[in-house]
Design a binder for this molecule. Sequence first.
Ligand code: HEM
Ligand code: HEM
Length: 162
Amino acid sequence: MNRPSPRGDTVRLGPWHQGFVYGVTAALVVSGIAWVVLHYFFARPGEYGPTIHPAEPWMLKLHGAAAMAGLIIYGSLLPVHIRRAWAIRRNIFLGIGLVLFMLALTVTGYLLYYAGDEETRPVISAVHWIIGLVVPAVLIWHVLSGRAQTRAVQKQALETHA
Ligand code: HEM
Ligand code: HEM
């Protein structure tokens, strides 16, 4: 199942690449949580009912920008990171899990832009941000498990060559 990589460990991301992945994920999560907090706890009473906090649209603008950058950065993992890891069958369960979470966020994000009426939009919104809240934990679990599997293969290789 978990085989050594014949062409060296190209699955591992360089420091810049890792920085971009963590940075864009943090921007998505922080802007998303800020939107939820402002939307549900900081709406102000207005003349014609509750009005949104002035920072709320800015959080959405930041979030939309991070989402577009995210699609490029997550997409950049496909040709090497995901392809190589898949070929050597390493960390595939948490890999597939993470990809499914990202796909669900992308689909519900698309629906937030282009679908939904007054009744369905709040449901799509809640599904989207609840999945979003879980993503950091899945990413951390993915990274820890992937590294542990790589260490196990390296240890095994050292013992075989000793
Ligand atoms: C949205 C998709 C994905 C993201 C954002 C992602 C992100 C990451 C990050 C940030 C790391 C830690 C960096 C490192 O250790 O070099 C990592 C490690 C790893 N990932 Fe992924 N990954 C994704 C999909 C996948 C998939 C689908 C697989 C398997 C088929 C996979 C397999 C691995 C492995 C084996 C490691 C450990 C690398 C090592 O340190 O030796 N990843 N991933
Ligand atoms: C691949 C990752 C993600 C993509 C592609 C994505 C995409 C989107 C899009 C397109 C929107 C609609 C923006 C608008 O109406 O102007 C949105 C809204 C939102 N996203 Fe994300 N998002 C992602 C990750 C996250 C994460 C990690 C969270 C964490 C909490 C999150 C929370 C939210 C919230 C709270 C909204 C506002 C919902 C609403 O307007 O009702 N998103 N997202």
